[in-house]
Design a protein around this ligand. Sequence first.
Ligand code: GLC
Ligand code: CA
Length: 556
Amino acid sequence: MQQKWWHGKTAYQIYPKSFCDSNGDGIGDLQGIISKLDYLKELGVDIIWISPIYCSPMADQGYDISNYYNIDPIFGTMDDMDKLLAEAKKREMYIVMDLVVNHCSDEHEWFKKACEDPDGKYGKYFYIEKCKEGEPLPCNWRSYFNGSVWEKLPNYNDRVYLHLFHKKQPDLNWENPELRQEIYKMINWWLDKGLAGFRIDAIVNIKKELPFKNYPADRDDGLCSVDRMLENANGLHDFLAEMARETFNKYDAFTVGEVFNDKPGELPLYIGENGYFSTMFDFDEKLINVSSDGWYAQQPVTPEQYKATVFACQEKVEGNGFISNIIENHDQPRGVSHYIPKSECTETSKKMLGGLNFMLKGLPFIYQGQEIGMENVSYNSIDEVDDISTLGEYKTALAAGLTPEDALSAVMHFSRDNARTPMQWNSNTNAGFTTGKPWLTLNSNYTEINVDEQKKRDNSIWHFYHELINLRRSEEYCETVIYGTTIPYLKEQKNLMAYYRKGKQTLLVIGNYQNQAQQVSLPSKIQKVLINNLDCLHSNENKLLLQGYQFVVIEL
Ligand code: GLC
Ligand code: CA
């Protein structure tokens, strides 16, 4: 594998609205991020991906962009952005922005002009179809946020426009070469500014199956998941190859794709030596037990499912590229709340999950707050919820006959708000996130779970992540940690997740994925214990007796 500058790095995702507020308006901002660069550096972070900070009406928290060339005033100014780039550079850190080009905002000037003249130049930037009131819509696809993907064009009774996401996120028409050039120009403009690269949002959606057609309904709403159309849409690869050629490749930019549905054999096209992207996220674990009926019908993930899914991905990627590993992001529940049963969610089990993920082959991304083991939030009323996705799923759950209480508790587990509550810096008012009124209610556990407390305590989750990062960076072990092959160990042993990383050395990564102690036989003698989430380790020549949720990395 050709080595790249970013392979040995550690990445960190910032959800800017909730990271750090510098001016007391209750919303995190760029100056807030700048003020925490030293914190991130101390943790060991190199690459920082910031969720969208462009101008936006915030219908989908910035994933609805009204001007790609400016910073939304709630986050600061372009001067602040330039300062952030410069301050990061000083610290040898890299800033990665979100690239949201499947859609823009309905408040973008392109869409406004399209509404004025749907048959003109800008009408062709979108998917606008003729459809009189009362006539059937062009197709029956269901938007990701529920309901039809079609919405009436403002001021026209005989036109509708396509939005795979929220109605305030009209899809851009990638079939139009003029639109594509506009996008490439914008990408290059940012790269010229010194940005290291992009996380590429929802990118598999840019190719639609045309002409629009219905699929058999898969729920009582008469609609059908967009996934059906994506399976049949051909030509995505031409768009992606063109984009890479016209933009990223010229700059050797770092890119990480949000790709959910690669087909067998496609991986090298995405992230191989000449792939469209540097890397992409492994989302396979997120997809475990997903139900086509909606969130309310989704079952909890078992350790066996988790292990099998992770291993399958590692095997798929070996020799085909470099994947990015996560346990959570701004769209998912907190990993510790999702992959560990609530009653067993402790610092020990949180470290085990983090360690199992971090030691995999690939680029580790830490999502803000993961380094202190932030958990899902519990809200008492749907009125406290901000996330549009949760609101849609709540309706779906009610329509399926759940009581309002059951619907709330079912959808809250998956709510995107779980990961979006403000960062917990300390135990002061509002967790030190803001001096004002936070835009989203904090998780009330911040008095116990916060950065200040954990930094002071040597055996905290924060220090555990710090140790993992140091191992990844250490001169002695970095080659094995970065490039060593992942080989499952004792795959059949229940509630045990163990794998080798074989390279310059042979490392064995072992997590006892249950509350009870468990015996594990060893293939050979332990040379050295590199990481341990407890302060004891019971072992002899050929056996380990791991405590509940104990996690170790040993050298053999
Ligand atoms: C991606 C983002 C998500 C957003 C959607 C639409 O999935 O991660 O937050 O809602 O795209 O842009
Ligand atoms: Ca602010």
